[in-house]
Design a protein around this ligand. Sequence first.
Ligand code: PEP
Ligand code: MN
Length: 339
Amino acid sequence: MLIVMENTATEEQVEKVVRAVKARGYQARPIPGGERVSIGVLYNKGAVDASAFLGLAGVKDVVPVTRPYKLVSREVQPEDTYIQVGDVRIGNGHFTVMAGPCAVESEEQTLETARLVKKAGAQIFRGGAFKPRTSPYSFQGLGELGLKILARVREETGMPIITEVMDDNTFDLVAAYADIIQIGTRNMQNFSLLKRAGRSAKPVFLKRGLAATIDEWLMAAEYILEGGNSQVMLCERGVRTFVHHSRNTLDLSAVPVIRKESHLPIIIDPSHAAGRRDQVIPLSRAAAAVGAQGLMVEVHCKPDEALSDGAQSLYPNQFEELMRQVKAIYNVHATGNDF
Ligand code: PEP
Ligand code: MN
């Protein structure tokens, strides 16, 4: 349930409502909005008696929240969430492109790729230091050395860094270097990791699980918000289907559903969806057209020599082309917003 306060409500009135909610054994979560504060009522097992709150000073309305996810839902927060990372804004009318190699392999490879993607217009640099690989014999990432290389990239290029955290043990280490913490597909329902991310002050990029429904994905995001961290963005990166023409199937229909259901930004990763570079530019155009708020794209300075995901990594000149095309598509339906 959501208690909507008048736009003239005072802090004391909000506080009093919070106390009234808690007195009934529930949790209260004030949610500041553009015009007014709302108070989410959480942990109620059944219906809550609205009349107990309707009479309190400063209360405008009491509305039921019909979805199983609460804090991520548009019912609770109608306005888009935006996330500010340094000078870069994600969501709320902005289109943000994150690009870089699948994995940090060396300082030279990472810096060279970073300079190239920045020149082409990428705003955020991606690169994995801890890699979740299907085979234990595949390159597992450089670990902390990879994080140090990413920090050097940030220093030199000014681009904020997004990198994946794989487990609770390395959470603090990754969070110390990353500007955005990525939780990968295979960890979407790693609940202890989600809870840890909920206690973090860093923005979180939550990828959709390989076989997750949208409800399950939003419930995973709910864990992070429930833990106290409201800076969450969602990433659709393809789900497992029966096809052989791509690694996964990019579920573009998830974008309008997420935009309707949730206030969180939604980013598309065409690289892991496709698994092959010839599909990445067309899928990126589609992402911009369908209303995604950004892209995460794998780019490598020498894809043929990549230690992971070379086949889906764009050559730098292809990434330049992607940026040109995506900008053109985005500007067709954008209404006075920047890219
Ligand atoms: C990645 O982005 O590096 C990655 C491993 O992606 P996913 O979790 O989508 O497989
Ligand atoms: Mn990859």
